[in-house]
Design a protein around this ligand. Structure first.
Ligand code: SAH
Length: 464
């Protein structure tokens, strides 16, 4: 296959990020935006020995799974990957993706996986689900400020104030901001020169409380005439917190290290289930609260708590899962590497009146083995007894020493929450080789319109 060749391809499979896959005379092509079942004309952009990448040029015959996208920028914008695939088919794709990895990488038998699986948890309304958005600012050819999202792979801004995954109020905030910038000649930041002022705006919306937070990331210490901007923003019902976060560094990190409140509170409040959270501009918080409640509800269900259990929550972040579990357990211990997240976790425990959760700052691969070495079962007066361990690691999964220590601690149940089914499969293989059994698994769609999928698994200790 040669670069620039125009080919006709029938799309027969879906790649890990949701792209279409088809074959031309045995040669595999990956085609972004092509939907399984489409017949397309595509131009080969990159040709390797056994496979290549092609650009979708024309849809010759649309797939029955193809729908017209809600957003006019669905293809060019880097935010969504599969908006043109029907939501039903998206869910199928995600469930198959997890199953495929458990089979290939985890070594589990396909019919066994099928038998113990619970059907993927989708959304009733798979749009406007994000409670947080960070919009970059730039300048268009006429020298006017623009905002929107980055195109996939580049930092070119696709101007759009009406993202289909975000809440409707984003548009109003962005329009006020652009009008203010035009009126007072406040320039957008320019990554290439390091000049200009407004870099990003972070918008957060509490789905339960309807409180709104706006935080401007600026290349400086503040915004001139900010009172004019604030006066406009406070006319929006629910406005609760307006702040600036200075970031004068020339890097890809969005937020600065600190923030100053311009108006209102320094945080907004929101709920996941019955647990209340105070969220400041720099806190981590789950972006899809509706699905998070379902995901962590499942983790709680799989944990099977009766009230007397000791539970560990590794990679606990701001303690969302820990606090869910604490209401049903005797004790919960959370471990998290980011100190600010642990501060939030402790604070959240306090404002919810939860006294049986304790949090440790550190790497799971250090905290857990150290705890076990000190209090483990081979010591007199062993305190390392644990009934359930929940893990929710980042994409790279758990370090082997974490898995090894978990096995030594002999919890009856392990609940594994994962955002990357490939590393999940690798880790399950390890645990199932060390005396655990996969009882059930379920995929949860936290990020409709993208290729991501979360999974919850329950493992139990085999009788010995
Ligand atoms: N359940 C959490 C989110 C988990 S996301 C919540 O509800 O907030 C994964 C978390 O693992 C992140 O907070 C990340 O900071 C943390 N993390 C990453 N590497 C880690 C490590 N080696 N040890 C402990 N925590 C880690």
């Amino acid at each position: 296959m040669e670069k620039n060749t125009i080919v006709t391809v029938t799309i027969t499979d879906i790649g890990v990020d949701g792209e279409g896959i088809g074959k031309v005379n045995g040669y595999t092509l990956f085609i972004k935006d092509a939907v399984i079942g489409d017949v397309v004309e595509a131009k080969v952009m990159k040709a390797k020995k056994n496979y290549g990448y092609a650009r979708l040029m024309k849809i010759l015959a649309p797939s029955p799974h193809r729908i017209s996208p809600k957003c006019a920028y669905a293809r060019s914008c880097g935010g969504c990957q599969i908006q043109e695939m029907s939501y039903e088919r998206q869910l199928q794709f995600k469930q198959d993706k997890v199953k495929g990895n458990l089979e290939r990488i985890g070594g589990f038998d396909a019919s066994f996986l099928e038998k113990i699986m619970e059907p993927i948890v989708g959304m009733e309304k798979p749009f406007q689900y994000r409670n947080k958005a960070q919009f970059p600012f730039g300048t268009d050819r006429e020298g006017q400020p623009v905002t929107g999202f980055y195109a996939g792979r580049t930092h070119d801004i696709i101007a759009n104030t009406d993202c289909a995954l975000g809440v409707p109020v984003n548009k109003e905030i962005l329009e006020h901001t652009l009008a203010f910038m035009r009126q007072y000649h406040i320039p957008s930041y320019d990554e290439k020169t390091g000049k200009g002022l407004i870099r990003h705006v972070l918008i957060r919306y509490g789905f339960t409380t309807e409180e709104i937070m706006v935080c401007y990331v600026v290349n400086g210490s503040g915004i001139p005439q900010s009172k004019e901007l604030v006066d406009k923003l406070v006319t929006i019902p629910g406005m609760t917190s307006i702040s600036v976060s200075p970031n004068t560094k020339r890097n890809n990190v969005i937020m600065g290290d600190s923030y100053k409140t311009l108006w209102g509170k320094s945080y907004i409040t929101d709920y996941i289930g019955e647990i209340k959270y105070q969220i400041s501009p720099l806190s981590f918080y789950q972006v899809n609260p509706v699905q998070t409640e379902k995901l962590y509800g499942l983790a709680l269900e799989y944990a099977g708590l009766k009230g007397q259990e000791t539970v560990w929550d590794l990679y606990c972040g701001i303690g969302t899962i820990s606090l869910f579990l604490a209401k049903k357990a005797k004790n919960v211990y959370g471990v998290e590497i980011v100190p600010q997240a642990i501060d939030d976790a402790k604070h959240n425990a306090k404002i919810n009146g939860i006294g049986n959760a304790e949090f440790f700052v550190g790497k799971a691969e250090e905290v857990l083995p150290e705890f076990y070495a000190r209090y483990g079962t081979e010591h007199p007066g062993a305190q390392a007894h644990v009934d359930v361990i929940v893990v929710d690691p980042p994409r790279k999964g758990c370090e082997e020493i974490v898995l090894q220590t978990m096995v030594r601690m002999k919890p009856q149940r392990i609940v594994y929450v994962s955002c990357d089914s490939a590393t999940l499969a690798r880790d399950l293989k390890y645990l199932c080789g060390e005396g655990y059994e996969l009882e059930k698994w379920r995929a949860v769609d936290q990020f409709p319109m993208t290729g991501h999928v979360e999974t919850v698994c329950l493992l139990s200790r085999k009788a010995q």
